[in-house]
Design a protein around this ligand. Structure first.
Ligand code: SF4
Length: 314
């Protein structure tokens, strides 16, 4: 039995099937990299900005490659586009419009998840995003927003170059446009303890978000964080510590919030530490056991206090 509201459950209940995200690289930039705010980037981010390196290819080419691969093993799978790397709403409205139009031309595309920073949004861009349509019933639209922490001191320490107030304003404005927001938070940020992480979880959960993506901080090669790590000035969380933090946090997250992810997704050649971050399945198994042993589930200290909702699924 599942003890939290997974994205798989959300898709199954809404569409009756699994939806596979296909990563698309839009060759976007970021104001925290191109010099408008900074050239250093966030402490944990490398120059690739989580990109696939396929940004020189059209969306159609990237899409076809992954689509063919996945349909070989399961011809009934449905798909949605995931434009993740860098800050995809940075730049002009015309650029964003062109990205959305390119997604609308992808065959068998049931939705879009678009990643960006809170300070790269405005009324016009959100109105454009809210008007995004696809030729299918109930297309998915998710805005993935990197909030990371509610603590301005942490945001400054990791060189985010935006504040928690900007994060909050962006979430509220997107939600006011009817856009589902998936907030991103990180556990184990430099200078933060479990209490600080828990505060960020409670803060984000009280915002009008529909989803949450949480992962432990992992050290990528060629980042400012790697320099701190090698100097002995940063210690990543152990797997047990992270599992414990999640087991404490999930009970306070209301059941309607979809947990898009609880693990990081480091590229194998980029990961410096901790080695356990490369293995998602054992972490989720440990978390399940920790919650079961303590009689806990997502929302048990929020809105579903009696018993774990059966609709979370199996
Ligand atoms: S905002 Fe995103 S892309 Fe830009 S530097 Fe930070 S993590 Fe990297």
């Amino acid at each position: 039995m599942l003890l939290w509201h997974t994205l798989g459950t959300f898709f199954r209940l809404r569409h009756g099937k699994r939806i596979q995200k296909i990563p698309l690289d839009a060759a976007s930039s970021c104001p925290n990299r191109d010099g408008r705010l900074s050239t250093q980037g966030c402490l944990f981010c490398n120059a690739q900005g989580s990109g696939s390196g396929m940004g020189a290819q059209s969306f159609a080419t990237q899409w076809q490659r992954w689509h063919d691969k996945y349909t070989k093993t399961d011809s009934n799978r449905a798909f949605m586009a995931y434009i993740q790397s860098f800050s995809n709403t940075y730049g002009s409205v015309a650029r964003l419009r062109a990205l959305l139009q390119a997604v609308q031309c992808l065959p068998n595309c049931m939705g879009l998840a678009l990643g960006t920073r809170p300070d790269c949004l405005n009324e016009e861009k959100l109105a454009l995003l809210a008007s995004f349509r696809l030729p299918c019933p109930q297309p998915e639209l998710w805005l993935e927003l990197g909030l990371q922490s509610m603590h301005d001191a942490t945001l400054a320490r990791i060189n985010r170059q935006h504040t928690a107030a900007q994060s909050e304003a962006a979430v509220r404005l997107a939600a006011a446009h009817g856009i589902q927001v998936c907030a991103h938070l990180m556990a184990g940020l430099p200078g933060e303890d479990e209490r600080a992480f828990q505060q960020s979880v409670l803060w984000a959960s009280a915002l009008p978000i529909a989803g949450l993506k949480v992962h432990n901080v992992y050290v990528c090669k060629n980042t400012g964080l790697e320099a701190l790590y090698r100097a002995g000035a940063y210690f990543p969380l152990s797997r047990d510590e992270y599992v414990d933090m999640l087991a404490h946090a999930l009970p306070f997250i209301p059941s309607h919030i979809v947990m898009h992810r609880l693990t990081g997704d480091p590229a194998p050649d980029e990961l410096c530490a901790p080695a356990w971050a490369a293995h998602k399945r054992p972490l989720l198994t440990d978390l399940h056991h920790a919650l079961t042993a303590r009689g806990l589930w997502q929302g048990c200290k929020a809105d579903v206090t009696d018993k774990c909702p059966l609709w979370y699924g199996r």
